[in-house]
Write a protein that binds this ligand. Structure first.
Ligand code: ADP
Ligand code: MG
Length: 731
């Protein structure tokens, strides 16, 4: 094993950057070449089909079998010209990542056994049976009838990976329950469109559609492939379960500002070229705070497409990394003691007229509209803060949240001093009273008199999990490995429900004789008051905030299995059902899956940790101990007792230390195994997950503590696993 470590180190050091060529002369040559976008459709579809299909895409007009058949033929021809031989319905099961089952285009022309051609019909494009027995479904379907079906999501373009045409689809059971992330996401996006459009009509009756936008920022670590392969914990769990901090880690903050290392730069360049081929408009790339940590972010997109693009990008990352001799770590906390990785979800709403509903406007009407949407988001986050937290939490992300470098595990909203003072003033104002802001700019509240609200977005608070950043909210608590859809389902549904209630309240005020402006204004004032407790501009890491948040009634639960209860609270069920996003059965079933995933993750980690401790660490520590004993023995052979004692005093104390740590590791691993056995017989998923959280998981840090101490004592030459300094500083 130790040879593996040194070989890996030599390997890592020998690697050189691979030169990367642009795939075309200019970006336009290759941008989107791997997706079946409008350019490709215009070429491969008849004029009539193209027009009809564009109508489906732009206006949601229903389409018939004839159109589907024509699109299928065009899509197949394009795919074959691109070298594809297979197709797959690409879907997003509740395990993270994506799933696919590949079929080739091949069909018999006539009788079985005869000649074959490549064929693809509208029926195959639109719908497929999927054997879902191996995907978690929370007991919605019994495994003996474990067949659901996948159905084409026309709103996200098909794309090609290697030799396969991938068709984005939803995955539902025969009885119609969602078994994936995309189904409820599409429903949530429909709900927010409907609710936000209704609210826009109070200001501009000509608005026809509201889009939800998502711009994700993906953080990740790159580690050398050879070193990765010498760490069973990284390979099997995606994170290091042990490893003493490197003497130098991120304290100098030199990595954030430093130049991107050459081998990494080559990786990033190729990743961007690949992403462009999938029409993923990558915009920024930079180093992150921790050593070997980086970020990539495209320009924002409509939410459903942005989610798909993020999934495509994550799989491209793995592929491109292996060409450059790297492994991408998307785990939220691969290394203790340095920053973890998140996926900031920048979220906003915009109309079909390209007016950003969370962008301060130029006219008084636009500003009242802006304040209306802003305050409704505050209300939604206040009401559903426990749910929003449940939407981002999982076994991996729990290591990142709340640590002193990541969003805290209490969902509050940061607005910045300027907007806060606007809301504070509004709260106490009369409808047509003049408001004077601190900086002496006047702000009159009668609809006709609201001047431009200038939002200073340089006012940034990095400790907030949900921050307003000038024209959008940034939901920073999302984990780096997550499907963004999960957070986006909760957020868009919650805001949709809130906007629906707002419109309803305003309408009833108007019906009882209040003017529209007064009705809006009075409702907003009430909301500003009611949502005050969710606003927090201070330090989200501080102890005081913990105590204060509890007092304010914000959810402070820190146990992952218990956080999921927020999905099935009466309030959440009511909200999801009223928005027609998910019903009670689906919510309950999905929680079963979440608990199950939590159990499996912790179980695997516990096994790997036990294995490394017993089979890798203890034998090495024992061998080292025995060499020390040998030394002591020889001292006593060679020297007089007094001198021998003096000379071997140091070895003696190390021998004792080694014994103590070895014994502690052994004892704790045994106890952990026992705790696992007891947990495994618990029938209920929820109770079993709680047992894993309360009874198994706590052993991790104890065992790790003793192993990390051993790492400091045992001869470096014997240590079997690449150390933090080696993994984090090789590139
Ligand atoms: P940061 O300073 O937070 O790193 P960036 O400039 O990197 O900000 O942008 C982060 C992401 O926010 C990008 O994906 C960007 O396209 C996205 N973004 C910008 N404006 C909006 C908006 N109105 N709605 C959604 N996302 C947006
Ligand atoms: Mg950001």
């Amino acid at each position: 094993m130790k040879d593996l470590r040194f070989k890996a180190l030599l390997d890592a050091q020998a690697k050189k950057p691979i030169p990367v060529e642009a795939p075309g002369h200019v970006l336009a040559d290759y941008y989107g070449q791997n997706v079946f976008g409008r350019r490709q459709m215009a070429r491969y579809l008849s004029a009539d089909t193209f027009k009809a299909f564009c109508n489906v895409l732009d206006h949601g007009t229903p389409f018939n079998r004839a159109i589907a058949d024509d699109v299928a033929v065009g899509m197949k021809n394009w795919a074959m010209d691109m070298g594809a031989t297979h197709y797959t319905h690409w879907f997003q099961p509740l395990t993270d990542g994506t799933a696919e089952k590949h079929d080739s285009f091949i069909e018999y022309i006539g009788l079985p056994g005869g000649d074959v051609i490549e064929e693809f019909s509208g029926k195959l494009l639109a719908q497929q049976e999927a054997d879902g027995s191996s995907f978690p479904n929370g007991g919605i379907r019994n495994t003996f009838e474990a067949r659901g079906y996948t159905a084409w999501d026309t709103s996200s373009p098909a794309f090609i990976v290697d030799d396969t045409l991938c068709i984005p689809t939803v995955f539902v059971s025969y009885t119609g329950e969602a078994l994936d992330y995309k189904t409820p996401l599409l429903k949530a996006l429909h709900a927010i469109d409907r609710a936000a459009t209704d609210v826009c009509h109070l200001f501009d009756p000509s608005v026809q559609k509201v889009y939800s936008y998502l711009g994700w920022e993906q953080e990740y670590f790159l580690v050398d492939e050879s070193l990765y392969s010498a760490r069973p914990d990284l390979m099997l769990t995606g994170r290091t379960l042990l490893g003493h901090e490197s003497a130098k880690n991120q304290q100098l903050e030199d990595h954030y500002f430093g130049a991107i290392p050459q081998r990494v730069q080559a990786f990033m360049k190729e990743l961007e070229f690949e992403a462009y081929k999938y029409a993923i408009p990558c915009k920024t790339r930079h180093n992150e705070v921790a050593p070997n940590q980086f970020e990539i972010a495209p320009i924002y997109n409509e939410t459903n497409r942005a989610v798909d693009q993020n999934l495509i990008l994550m799989s491209l990352m793995h592929k491109v990394a292996s060409k450059h001799g790297f492994k991408v770590l998307l785990h939220e906390k691969p290394f203790a003691g340095v920053n973890g990785s998140g996926k900031h979800n920048n979220w906003s709403l915009g109309t079909d007229k390209n007016v950003g509903l969370l962008t301060p406007g130029k006219t008084p009407e636009e500003n009242l509209q802006f304040i209306t949407f802003l305050v409704n988001v505050l209300m939604a986050v206040k009401r559903h803060n426990a749910l929003l937290k449940a939407s981002i939490i999982h076994a991996g992300n729990t290591h990142r949240l709340g640590a002193n470098e990541a969003p805290p595990s209490i969902i509050s909203v940061f607005l910045g001093s300027q907007l806060s003072s606007v809301l504070d003033k509004l709260e106490g104002a009369e409808c047509d009273e003049a408001i004077i802001l601190d900086d002496k700019r006047h702000m009159k509240l009668g609809v006709a008199h609201i001047p431009e609200v200038l939002v200073d977005n340089t006012d940034r608070n990095r400790t907030s999990p949900f921050a307003f950043t000038g024209n959008r909210f940034e939901f920073r608590a999302v984990g780096s490995s997550a499907n963004c859809g999960c957070a986006m389902i909760a957020l868009n549904s919650a805001v949709a429900a809130q906007l629906t209630e707002f419109r309803h309240t305003v309408d009833s005020k108007i019906a009882s004789g209040t003017t529209k402006e007064h009705a809006i204004f009075e409702t907003l004032k009430q909301y500003i008051r009611d949502s005050k407790n969710i606003r927090f501009d201070g330090n989200g890491y501080s102890e005081e905030w913990m105590a204060e948040a509890k007092k304010r009634g914000i959810d402070c639960e820190s146990s992952v299995p218990l956080m999921y209860d927020a999905y099935t609270s009466p309030q959440s069920i009511e909200m999801f059902e009223s928005m027609e996003v998910m019903d009670r059965t689906e919510l309950q079933a999905r929680n079963e899956v979440k608990w199950d995933m939590y159990i499996k993750k912790v179980q695997i980690e516990a096994r790997v940790l036990g294995d490394i401790a017993i089979n890798h660490i203890i034998p090495v520590a024992t061998r080292y101990q025995s060499s020390l004993l040998d030394n002591v023995y020889k001292m006593h052979q060679v020297y007089a007792p007094e001198k021998a004692e003096r000379l071997s005093a140091h070895d003696d104390s190390i021998i004792e230390e080694l014994s103590m740590h070895i014994a502690e590791i052994k004892r704790n691993v045994d106890e952990m195994v026992e705790a696992r056995k007891q947990a495994n017989v618990i029938i209920s998923e929820r109770s079993r997950a709680i047992a894993y959280h309360d009874k198994v998981f706590p052993y991790f840090s104890v065992i790790r503590y003793h192993i990390d101490k051993l790492e400091l004592i045992v001869d470096d030459e014997l240590w079997p696993l690449p150390k933090y300094r080696e993994i984090l500083f090789s590139h």
